[in-house]
Design a protein around this ligand. Structure first.
Ligand code: NAG
Ligand code: NAG
Ligand code: NAG
Length: 129
């Protein structure tokens, strides 16, 4: 447990650093996804999840960290509630799309906890109903 807590603490520290470091430049969606309400939505990370120390998914509009993937573990409010999941490609799964998922999502990845990181924004639009 202590190790996990330390890892989580590190992860949160990095995410704070990531969000402040990228808040200025990262304002444009590199990709737009359309999901039908009531289906499973997959927001692509296009990253090699197994070789990354950390993947973090953030709902930018709500300012909330959804899911953390430090060293192959899954954490975060959105994962624990069953609303979201992450696949082996690092892509975010919305288990049941609702209109509330219309938002901007940010994925941040880091190869090592001390190393550099990168992030990108993806815009999600919901359709139907
Ligand atoms: C998705 O959410 C809707 C609205 O809450 C619900 O009616 C539906 O049963 C859910 N579908 C699944 C597969 O959980
Ligand atoms: C992903 O990373 C793992 C571990 O570093 C490596 O073995 C694998 O070949 C990589 N896969 C791709 C598609 O780059
Ligand atoms: C991961 O990405 C590869 C290559 O794009 C794709 O073939 C595969 O279906 C993806 N896996 C999942 C679980 O989405």
């Amino acid at each position: 447990m202590a190790i996990l807590d330390t890892g989580l603490h590190l992860a949160f520290t990095i995410i704070l650093a990531l969000s402040s470091a990228t808040s200025v430049e990262d304002t444009e969606c590199i990709q737009t996804q359309y999901f039908e309400i009531g289906t499973v939505g997959l927001i692509p990370c296009s990253c090699n999840a197994s070789s990354l120390a950390l993947i973090a998914w953030v709902n930018v509009n709500e300012g909330k960290t959804i899911l953390l993937h430090p060293n192959g573990k899954k954490n975060g409010e959105g994962y624990e509630s069953g609303e979201f999941d992450i696949n082996s490609n690092g892509s975010l799964l919305i288990n049941n799309v609702t209109a509330s998922h219309e938002s901007v999502f940010r994925v941040s990845t880091a190869i090592s906890l001390m190393g550099s990181s990168s992030s990108k924004l993806i815009c999600v639009h919901t359709t139907g109903m």
